[in-house]
Ligand binder design. Structure first.
Ligand SMILES: [Zn+2]
Ligand SMILES: [Zn+2]
Length: 311
């Protein structure tokens, strides 16, 4: 059996959007910001985003690898808002000589990928510079060209709708596909706003969820994947006050996933103001919509520690 035929495991280490939110109200779904790990045979390791969730992931990796084994991971960053990179300086495996991490991402605000990481660790923000971290780090700046890892897995980037440049990713192991589209906003309402057509708010008031051509491109990107991890930060009502902030409402994430005929949708990037009991409610509403639409899709709300194994 080749490595491409093996099980993969997806584990959620950070599920929260915008800022870490520890506390009594977030115990169930978690307070750490974006970080998702995918592992496969022969220690294949792909990490999406380096929010604060990458800190506990790093500690866990050190436990999993015997001291003589070296970690070789591929870290795909969607963009450089703090909730997606802030955990990196606290990712302990980069302090272990012999480990190797390839870090992928787009440029950010005209800055090269590597310089953004150097900047985050400049002395006014952090006591250790990037150059002083002993692991080998390779920075690979992406556009939308797919990347093939040495085990044959491919990761395809795509641009999403978020302030500044931001990427989403699709991992294809040859047997399984996982799409990671966090920090993505529907195009429809923004375009209508720019076109100065006021029906936009009427649509939202009526709960109309329709996809623009640009949204449909992301539907095609996600078509048939086993798992779609999608931004579901807001409710449709909350979204009216958050237009152009770069995030989706859960009804939109559902529509994208149903149209893309994905097997499982994972609601992700939970709003920092969202207590556990509201997320329970949202999940129930989503499951009802899916069942009313007679879709076979499963839907879950990502929680810190959630593991999904694809056999
Ligand atoms: Zn974010
Ligand atoms: Zn963002």
């Amino acid at each position: 059996m080749g490595t491409q035929d093996m099980d993969i495991k997806i584990k959620f280490w950070g599920t929260r959007g915008s800022i870490a939110t520890p506390g009594q109200d977030t115990l169930k779904y978690g307070g750490n910001t974006s970080c998702v790990e995918v592992t496969g045979a022969d220690n294949a390791l792909v990490i999406f985003d380096a929010g604060t969730g990458i800190r506990p992931l790093g500690l866990d990796l050190l436990k999993r690898y015997p001291s003589e084994a070296k970690i070789h991971g591929h870290i795909f960053i969607t963009h450089f808002h703090l909730d997606h990179i802030q955990g990196f300086p606290f990712f302990v495996p980069v302090y272990v000589p012999g480990n190797t991490f390839t870090i992928y991402g787009c440029e950010g605000a005209g800055k090269k990928l590597e310089n953004i990481f150097v900047g985050q660790m400049s002395p006014e923000y952090f006591p250790v510079t990037l150059r002083e971290m002993p692991a080998e780090m390779i920075f690979t700046q992406l556009t939308t060209r797919p990347v093939t890892l040495n085990n044959g897995w491919t990761v395809t980037p795509t641009y999403v709708n978020h302030p500044g440049l931001a990427l989403g990713y699709k991992l294809d192991t040859g047997k399984h596909k996982v799409a990671y589209l966090t920090d993505n906003e529907p195009f429809r309402y923004l375009l209508r706003q720019q076109g100065n057509q006021s029906p936009m708010f009427d649509d939202l008031d009526k709960g109309v969820v329709e996809l623009e051509r640009e949204d449909k491109n992301l539907v095609e990107f996600s078509r048939g994947v086993d798992i779609l991890i999608h931004d579901a930060q807001y409710t449709i009502d909350e979204y009216k006050a958050k237009l152009s902030w770069g995030h989706s409402f859960y009804e939109f994430a559902l529509e994208m996933a149903i149209q893309a005929e994905v097997k499982q949708l994972v609601l992700f990037h939970h709003d920092p103001m969202r207590p556990d009991k509201e997320l329970d409610d949202i999940l129930l509403k989503c499951q009802k919509i899916v069942s009313d639409r007679k879709s076979p899709m499963q839907v879950v709300a990502a929680w810190e520690g959630l593991e999904i194994t694809l056999p």
